[in-house]
Design a protein around this ligand. Structure first.
Ligand SMILES: Cc1cc2nc3c(=O)[nH]c(=O)nc-3n(C[C@H](O)[C@H](O)[C@H](O)COP(=O)(O)O)c2cc1C
Ligand SMILES: [Fe+2]
Ligand SMILES: [Fe+2]
Length: 395
């Protein structure tokens, strides 16, 4: 069923209350998600994006019932990723001659995934526009690398809607569709989790793009994203948040990440958290066992932190797998301006702390000289040095 969002524009996406994972197993979803596609029915009938492949039949049936496939004048593909283009091949079986507006890079991603199909792919660049009648038009804005080379946003004049695709989205199923019908804490958390896990590596480009969008001076009354809530109440709020998040964002937070085989390294982790609460009482302290915690949520907490402490015992002259993959994930997200310290227990050769320091530096963290390295179990002196470590991180 389509649902009107404003004027002659409606939502015609897929609300997925059951989805638990995204991007394979990489991104965990706890509140459901949605793939938002939109239908514009002005003098021209325009479809903006589609849904993921498993929902293609329902999507195409729905479009047929709501508007009639033959009545679609053209399609806008803001992004070629399968969650938005997956239903396109099925749709095009019915209307193979319908023009599809997309970026030059989207021609590559669409043909790369679905083959050359002789579809009428019409390449657009930033500033290009197309009339949709009733005095309105669609203006295209390339969003290169936000988050794929092919990404684009589409602005509709008159109703002043920015169809932003993945940018400003969240994996959060909001039955009421709009941000003012969502749980506000969850909405902000899910938007931040999405930014931290998907957009953070491109923060420099996010800053530039926001400056560019603001310079266009287009009124924005609504931001219709491709996942989660549509921003209709104070839509500029999420743009301002992105501007903040893109500038080496941090809160007064310390996140402790560790793993442990026989509790020694865990004991150091707990001491660090206790000392942090004492010496820096306003700091939010979070702690995660890397192998038992959700990777996407840990990334969100690290994104918010000004410092992290990372611990692993030595195992086979190396660090534990859960810690290793956590550091590797943090590296890929290119967090900036965050301090890090290492700690861990060992029995004989004791490589873990040096490995942690090296890998954290390689992941872009400012690694403190202070660390805690305990033979077998932390002794009183080791535990007392937690204060020095915390001061080096938070001071
Ligand atoms: C499978 C295994 C492999 C280990 N390999 C090493 C090693 O290569 N070098 C070393 O110094 N200690 C090694 N250890 C000893 C641990 O680092 C030591 O027991 C440490 O105190 C464990 O810390 P935890 O209590 O945080 O698990 C190994 C222990 C286990 C169980
Ligand atoms: Fe995407
Ligand atoms: Fe997406």
């Amino acid at each position: 069923m389509k649902q009107t969002i404003k004027g002659n524009v409606s939502w015609i996406g897929y609300m997925d209350w059951e989805l638990k994972k995204f991007h394979g197993e990489e991104y965990t979803i706890t509140e459901g998600s949605s793939q938002n596609a939109y239908l514009i029915e002005e003098e021209k009938t325009v479809l903006i994006d589609t849904v993921w492949t498993p929902h293609k039949n329902e999507f195409v049936d729905n479009l047929e019932k709501e508007v009639g496939l033959k009545n679609i004048d053209f399609i806008v593909m803001n992004h070629g990723e399968a969650d938005h283009s997956g239903a396109l091949p099925e749709l095009m079986k019915h209307i193979p001659d319908t023009p599809i507006y997309c970026t030059a890079n989207a021609v590559k991603s669409i043909e790369g995934q679905y083959g050359k199909n002789n579809w009428d792919l019409r390449v657009v660049k930033t500033g290009d526009s197309v009339d949709i009648g009733n005095g309105k038009k669609l203006i295209f804005v390339e969003m290169t690398m936000l988050h794929w080379p092919d990404s684009m946003a589409t602005y509709m004049t008159g109703d002043a809607i920015l169809f932003s695709n993945d940018a400003f989205g969240q994996h959060y199923a909001v039955g009421g569709l709009f941000n003012d019908t969502a749980d506000q804490c969850k909405l902000e958390y899910e938007a931040m989790k999405y930014y931290a896990n998907i957009l953070a590596p491109f923060s420099t480009l996010v800053s530039k793009k926001i400056t560019e969008i603001k310079a266009l001076n287009l009124p924005i009354d609504m931001i219709a994203t491709s996942h989660g809530a549509i921003w209709r109440d104070k839509p500029m709020w999420i743009i301002e948040k992105y501007a903040e998040w893109a500038e080496e964002y941090q809160e007064d937070q310390l996140t402790i990440l560790y793993d442990s085989m026989w509790e020694g390294t865990a004991a150091i982790a707990r001491e660090i958290s206790r000392v942090a609460a004492r010496v820096s009482p306003n700091t939010m302290v979070r702690m995660f066992n890397c192998s038992k915690s959700d990777l996407s949520e840990m990334m969100t907490e690290v994104f918010k932190s000004k410092a992290i402490a990372v611990g692993s015992p030595t195992i086979s002259r190396d660090i534990m797998m859960g810690v290793s993959s956590t550091i590797r994930f943090m590296k890929s997200l290119k967090f900036k301006n965050k301090r890090a310290a290492a700690f861990g227990c060992y029995g004989w050769s004791g490589e873990s702390v040096d490995i942690l320091k090296r890998e954290l530096a390689d992941a872009g963290f400012q690694v403190t000289d202070t660390n805690i390295r305990s033979m077998w179990k932390p002794n009183d002196e080791d535990l007392e040095s937690a204060e020095e470590l915390v001061r080096a991180l938070l001071g």
